[in-house]
Design a protein around this ligand. Structure first.
Ligand code: ADP
Ligand code: ADP
Length: 229
């Protein structure tokens, strides 16, 4: 079943007189419950594609179907609602609120989106039982990313969008983060889309998209995705 359908989506950034075609007309379906990996060199359009999927940016041309609705034509207000209720975000930089504890960071996300998931339970699931009352500055990078994943999952989103989620973490910690994302995917049936350079993630995805110069250059299908490790 299709969750999101991108139809000939194109993105042009205008900088004064100069136009940059960040995304050439591209079509893609994202399926419910899948784990999709997007690879490609820096500047190839990965983040642009992810931002359009997440309603953080609108395409210059084309349609983004979510249910019967074209997000490319949705109002700013409606996009905010979509981001808040349907999508969870995990970035390279964790973007936790510095003067809130781990627990408060997760709780605020749960409140904003009105979901019944327990912030404590979610932090337990990511192995942060003993650090719920720590502030972000007291946590390692790996731990902050776990909190960020718990926060994203607290929204109980349809889709989790991850932009270089292991980017600034060492290999071992990166692997743990990957397994958490895989857990969320399996446990909640959440669609997970991961943009990455990390080769370990490549093996995990069932579908892999390779971007090149603003276009989807290749799409491959993994029969047997491997868990990290
Ligand atoms: P990637 O995530 O693969 O590194 P991006 O999607 O960030 O690639 O960028 C694709 C192209 O679009 C690059 O040439 C980049 O410089 C350009 N670009 C991205 N965002 C903007 C922006 N806000 N304004 C102007 N150009 C941009
Ligand atoms: P990781 O292997 O997850 O990257 P680190 O080796 O960076 O972890 O950190 C080890 C431990 O030290 C962690 O349990 C973390 O909570 C703690 N820690 C890291 N930075 C700080 C800090 N600035 N203040 C207090 N504790 C910290």
């Amino acid at each position: 079943k299709t969750l999101l359908k991108l139809e000939k989506v194109r993105k042009i950034y205008k900088m004064g007189e100069v136009e940059v075609e960040a995304l050439k007309p591209s079509s893609l379906e994202v399926y419910e419950g899948e784990l999709l990996v997007i690879l490609g060199p820096s500047g190839s359009g990965k983040s642009t594609l992810l931002n359009i999927m997440g309603g953080m940016d609108s395409p210059t041309e084309g349609a983004v179907w979510f249910g019967g609705e074209d997000l490319a034509r949705a109002s700013e207000r409606r996009l905010t609602e979509y981001r808040r209720h349907q999508v969870g975000f995990v970035f390279q930089f964790y973007n936790l609120i510095p003067d809130l504890t781990a627990l408060e960071n997760v709780a605020i996300a749960a409140e904003l989106s009105n979901t019944p998931l327990s912030p404590r339970k979610l932090l337990e699931q990511v192995g942060m039982n003993n650090k719920m009352d720590s502030f972000p500055s007291q946590l390692s990078g790996g731990e902050q990313q776990r909190v960020a994943i718990a926060r994203a999952a607290a929204k109980n989103p349809k889709m989790l969008l991850c932009d270089e989620p292991t980017g600034s973490l060492d290999c071992e910690t990166g692997r743990k983060i990957l397994s958490l994302l895989l857990d969320v995917n399996r446990q909640y049936g959440t669609t997970v889309v991961i943009v990455t350079h990390n080769v370990a993630i490549r093996a995990m995805g069932r579908r892999i998209i390779r971007m090149s110069s603003g276009a989807i250059a290749e799409m491959t299908f993994n029969e047997r995705p491997e868990p990290p490790e």
